[in-house]
Each structure stands twice: as C-alpha cells, then as structure tokens.
Ligand binder design. Structure first.
Ligand code: HEM
Ligand SMILES: *[C@@H]1O[C@H](CO)[C@@H](O)[C@H](O)[C@H]1NC(C)=O
Ligand SMILES: *[C@@H]1O[C@H](CO)[C@@H](O)[C@H](O)[C@H]1NC(C)=O
Ligand SMILES: *[C@@H]1O[C@H](CO)[C@@H](O)[C@H](O)[C@H]1NC(C)=O
Length: 490
C-alpha cells in the first residue's frame, strides 16, 4: 500500500467511524427523547438569519410553510441563540398555554426583563401573578369599560381626530391615541405637556425592546435603559403625589387607585404596593397595550382600504349609528354592541395581522406531546400566526375576508384555532379594551373622513408587525350633517 492509499484508507475509516457513531447517537437520542424533527442550522445562530430575513418581507409564510411540509406541525429549529420547538398545531398550542406555571413558563431574555422591571405582570409567577392578572382584568373588564372607560375612549379619539388635516401618518396618530388613553386609564392624566414629555422618553424605551439580537452592543438599548429610568422617575413622582392626595381623602377611579388599595406584592391584606412595584407594574401595562393596539388600528385601516367593499359596508354600519345620534353625542355601550360587521372586521384583522405572532415558553420538565419529547429547559414557540394562516383551519386563510365571521357555523370547523390574545393564565387582560378602542376609532374615522394612501407602504413582521413607512394617508373631512360642506369638497 503506498502512502496515498494508506492515508485515504485511514481517512475513510476514521470518517466512517464518526459518521456511523454520529448516526447511532442521533438515532439513540431520537429513540430515547424523540425530539420533534427539524434542523438546528448553523452553530450558535442556527436558523435565526433565515427567520429574520423572512419576517422582514411582506410574505414571511415560507419560513414556516417549508418546515411544516418537511417535518410536520411540530418541528425543531434554533433561533435567537437556543434550540426551540416550534408548534404550528392548535392542540399543542392550547396545551402549552393551559399548562402555564405547571409544565411551561413564560420566558423573556434578560435584556427585556431589565426594561420591564421585576414587578411587571409579564414577569410575575405563581400566586402573585394570579392575583395581579385578575386585578388587571377587573380594571379593563366589560363592566368597567361600559361604565367609564368607553366615555374616555370616545372623547380622546375625537380630540385626536380633530387635529387631522392633509397628510397623516396613521401609525403615529394611533400611537398618540393609545398612549394618551392608557395614561388616562391608569393614572387619570389628561393629555398635557407632562404626558407629551413622558411619551418622548417612553418611545425610546419601546425601541429598546426591538434591539433584541445583540442588546449589549446596541446604542438603542443603552438609550432605552436610560429612558426607562427617566420614565420610572416621572411615574414615581405621580405615585408619590397621589399617595399624598389620598392622605387628604381624595380618591380617583383608576388603576393606580386599585394598586393603593390592593394587598401588595407580599400579600399582606390591604398592605398596598410599594412605589417601585407600582411603577414597574404600570410601565408594563403601558408597554403591553401600546404597540399592539396602535398597530391593530393601523392595519385595520390598511386592510379596509385595500378591500373597498368591506369599507363601504363598515361605513354604512357607522353612518347609521351616527345619523341616529346626531353629530356630537358620544358613543354608548349599546352603540358599541350594535356594530356586528365591525366586530367581524376586528376579528379578521386580528386573525390575519397577528400582532403577537405567538409566544415563547420554557419547558419546566421533560414533556411528552404528540409522540415527541420536549427536553426540560428547552424553549417552545406556540405560533398563533401559523394556525391563523393555515388553509386547513380557515378557507382562503391568507385573504382578508371579514364576511367569514358572519357564517352562522363560525369561520372554521376546527376548535381553539383563533387565539390572537393567547390563552390560559396569561391570556391578554386587555383583550376587550383593545376591541373597544379599535371599534370606537373606526367609528369616528369612517364617519368623519375619507382617505387614500399617500404613498406605497409595506407590511413587515420583524422586529414587530408594522407598516414600514408608518402608513401615510391623505385625509379629507366629510360630514354626514352638512351637505354643503361636502359639495365644497371640504
Ligand atoms: C390588539 C391588541 C392586543 C393584542 C393582540 C394583545 C395580545 C396579547 C397576547 C397574545 C398576550 C399573551 C402573552 C403570553 O401569553 O405570554 C398578551 C398579554 C398581555 N397583554 Fe395584551 N394584547 C393587546 C392589547 C393589550 C392591551 C390594550 C393591554 C392593556 C391592558 C394589554 C395588556 C397585556 C398584559 C398586561 C399582558 C400580560 C399578561 C400576563 O402575562 O399575565 N394587552 N397580550
Ligand atoms: C369587573 O370588575 C369589577 C371590579 O373592578 C367587578 O366588580 C365586576 O364584577 C367585574 N365585572 C365582570 C363582568 O367581570
Ligand atoms: C396625545 O399625545 C400626543 C403626544 O404626547 C399629543 O401631541 C396629543 O396632542 C395628545 N392628545 C391627543 C388627543 O391625541
Ligand atoms: C370574534 O372572536 C371572538 C373570539 O375571540 C368570538 O368570541 C366572537 O364571537 C367573534 N366575533 C364574531 C363577530 O364572530
């Protein structure tokens, strides 16, 4: 045997040895653990880059579609630095959501935890979480909405629309509306210079949430942390002032008041929360409701603009309400309850836009599901988006079709497939609030304005679902009450 042949022989046998061993190990591991099939991609970055580049386009679906067709509805991937089991299966998603705190727990990167603060609802666990989740629900439940939030929403939406002329960036206006509304609801503050300054700092905090992949190196993240300190200080001052007012016997009807009255993080009856706890808690509510609600407002308008038939049916519904009430009377709960087509538009927008495309959880123990094992400590992503856009569950799933919700049998024959607000113990406590805000916004928008897109814009999905150019539109006032105004083209 000459040297070359010897080398080749050695090389091949070593190579074969490793190949066979590798296959055997993989086989054994799969037999023992039966990980869901899939690929982990490159070391460390895994398939993160593929995911990000897909979600930066208008059509991210192939990322999921390709993997689902290769591996099935549950597959393994590797994103944001960790192996992750990805579920596009409604039953599995439900199992994950319902078993929060028992088999799975929510999990956020450290950079996000720093921005949120320890006492935010999103980071709470166990009994404290349970107590605070129901406190939050009782602040935004339908009877509170009916009795006083609706009036504020109506007033603040009108006030904001009053300033619209010519070219308007819809996303920016929607953000102003939701920010002002939330500040009002949480702390009874009407829009003023103080809220405006707070909003500027607050926007820096929000940007920090989307510098995820490498926060330590990002100046956006550093600025966000600084801005968080400022926002927390400003909120801290409000909390202190309110404590003083309370000592003088003054009571307000808002979230802050219920936190003063609550049992506190330590669970002492009537013990109340500390200033730090209150500030963290309020800040997290502001974060959770802000980007989501303003995006859904913007996207509803975008889909309606692109579906003129739906827009005209929506207009009819709202014109009827407005003509009945006259120009200035504010919306009442009965009016909100008499917008059936609007509710179809709301659901369809939530379904197809998927503001929160799914949720991350961590397996607290080895979990067997659908013949696979998810190893303890692994990340799991329950994708709502994949289910909402699956043709098996919704006919023509990728088309905006509000009429599907009018079907008396419902939009789908599969159970548990529509979860825009999540489910289980962490189900969004703002779900009804968001629906009312969107409905009231649409009411005033379509009865007071007509509009056309000011330029072509694109819907993208990374780092968040949003319109790339903030959806600029050209608006024109219209009045249902003064015909002459309309004829003059005002
Ligand atoms: C269209 C608007 C909204 C959407 C699509 C949405 C969606 C969601 C989803 C999917 C979750 C579950 C997260 C998880 O399971 O980890 C969630 C949680 C949450 N949402 Fe919303 N949300 C919206 C509006 C709001 C509003 C207006 C508020 C204000 C009160 C709010 C407050 C929260 C809070 C505090 C949580 C955390 C709950 C917990 O961890 O216990 N959301 N939201
Ligand atoms: C809503 O919350 C309030 C307390 O804030 C409570 O009294 C009321 O019963 C709740 N209503 C519903 C429909 O859950
Ligand atoms: C809401 O907030 C923005 C920014 O803070 C401000 O410019 C606006 O005037 C406020 N009021 C309304 C009703 O939008
Ligand atoms: C919209 O979806 C909710 C579930 O989140 C459902 O209860 C409601 O009936 C739906 N509305 C319409 C008009 O189908």
């Amino acid at each position: 045997m000459d040297a070359i042949n010897l080398f080749l022989y050695l090389f091949l046998s070593v190579f074969t040895f490793y190949l066979v061993r590798g296959m055997a190990v993989a086989h054994l591991r799969r037999r023992k653990n039966r990980l869901p099939p899939g690929t982990l991609g490159l070391p460390f970055i895994g398939e993160t880059l593929q995911l990000i580049s897909a979600y930066k386009t208008e059509n991210p679906e192939p990322f999921i579609d390709d993997r689902v067709s290769k591996y099935g509805n549950i597959f393994t991937t590797h994103v944001f630095g960790e192996p992750t089991v990805f579920s596009a299966d409604p039953e599995t998603n439900r199992f994950i959501l319902q078993n929060e705190g028992r088999l799975f727990e929510s999990s956020y990167p450290g950079s996000i935890q720093n921005l949120l603060g320890r006492y935010s609802l999103l980071l709470m666990r166990g009994t404290l979480h349970k107590r605070m989740h129901s406190l939050t629900m009782s602040f935004a439940n339908s009877s509170i909405l009916k009795d006083h939030l609706l009036a504020d929403i109506d007033r603040l939406v009108r006030l904001n629309l009053d300033s619209w002329t010519g070219r308007v960036f819809l996303m920016d206006e929607a953000k102003k509306i939701t920010f002002n509304l939330t500040v009002k609801q949480l702390m009874s503050f009407d829009p003023c210079e103080w809220t405006e300054n707070l909003m500027k700092e607050y926007m820096l905090v929000i940007e920090g949430f989307f510098s995820i992949p490498l926060p330590i190196f990002s100046s956006t993240y550093r600025k966000a942390i600084q801005a968080r300190t400022k926002v927390a200080e400003a909120l801290g001052l409000v909390v202190r002032d309110r404590r003083k007012e309370r000592e003088g016997g003054e009571r307000k009807n808002d979230m802050l008041e219920s936190l003063f009255e609550g049992d506190g993080a330590a669970g002492v009856e009537g013990g109340g929360f500390s200033d730090e706890e209150i500030v963290d808690f309020i800040l997290a509510l502001l974060v959770a409701g802000y980007e989501t609600t303003s995006t859904i407002m913007t996207l509803a308008v975008k889909f309606l603009t692109e579906t003129p038939h739906a827009l005209s049916q929506l207009k009819e519904e709202h014109e009827e309400i407005r003509l009945r009430k006259g120009e200035v009377e504010s919306l009442q709960w009965e009016d909100y309850k008499s917008m059936p087509f609007t509710q179809c538009v709301v659901n369809e927008t939530l379904r197809i836009a998927n503001i929160i495309s799914g949720v991350f959880r961590r397996a607290m123990t080895d979990i067997n599901i659908k013949g696979y094992t998810i190893p303890k400590g692994w990340k799991v992503f329950a994708s709502f988006r994949a289910v909402h856009l699956d043709h098996e569950h919704f006919k023509d799933a990728r088309t905006f079709d509000p009429w599907r919700w009018q079907n008396s049998a419902g939009p789908t024959s599969s159970p548990n497939v529509f979860t825009p607000f999540g489910g289980g113990p962490r189900r969004c406590p703002g779900y009804e609030l968001a629906r009312v805000e969107l409905s009231v916004f649409l009411h005033h928008l379509v009865t007071r304005f007509s509009w056309v897109p000011a330029e072509a814009d694109k819907l993208i999905f990374f780092p968040t679902t949003r319109m790339q150019k903030r959806y600029p539109i050209n608006v024109q006032h219209r009045s249902l009450f003064d015909q002459r105004e309309e004829e003059n083209g005002l």
